[in-house]
Design a protein around this ligand. Structure first.
Ligand SMILES: [Zn+2]
Length: 142
């Protein structure tokens, strides 16, 4: 014999869980990335203390993201553990802008706008391969 009240409580709980899962994942194409760099300024350096986490959020190799920032800002630096130390000054706005450019150029599919992509190498060419729409777009090598 099934205990109705328990079964109802179970179904209600299941419904709640399903609703929560739905709001968290949404449709893969609509997934929005929130990049929140934590930035520390010293006299000679700019340090992004959660750099590796940012790269993970973008699903990219931290070395690739670091090379991009060095190249775009014209500054040198070093990736150590979680943090990226940049020689010289970069304002919070400049860092946010660089992350936006990286997201647009190396993460977001230009065809469908999805962010479930990966970088593929073919000889000396680099491509952005989209897992959602299957588009393959050429990108520059960093
Ligand atoms: Zn796509």
């Amino acid at each position: 014999m099934v205990d109705i009240s328990t079964k109802e409580a179970y179904l209600r709980m299941l419904e709640r869980v399903m609703a929560e899962v739905k709001t968290v994942t949404g449709k893969s194409g609509d997934r929005v990335l929130e990049l929140r760099p934590t930035i520390m300024q010293t006299a000679k350096h700019t340090i992004i203390t959660n750099f590796r986490h940012l790269a993970e959020t973008l699903n990219r190799d931290p070395q690739h993201l670091a090379r991009f920032i060095f190249k775009e800002s014209g500054k040198a630096g070093v990736l150590e553990g979680e943090r990226l130390t940049i020689q010289g000054k970069l304002s919070n706005d400049e860092i946010r802008r660089l992350l936006e450019i990286y997201l647009k150029e190396f993460v977001k599919c230009p065809v469908c706008g999805g962010i479930d992509t990966k970088i593929e190498a073919e000889k000396r060419f680099r491509f952005l391969q989209c897992d959602i729409c299957g588009a393959k777009s050429s990108i520059r090598k960093i």
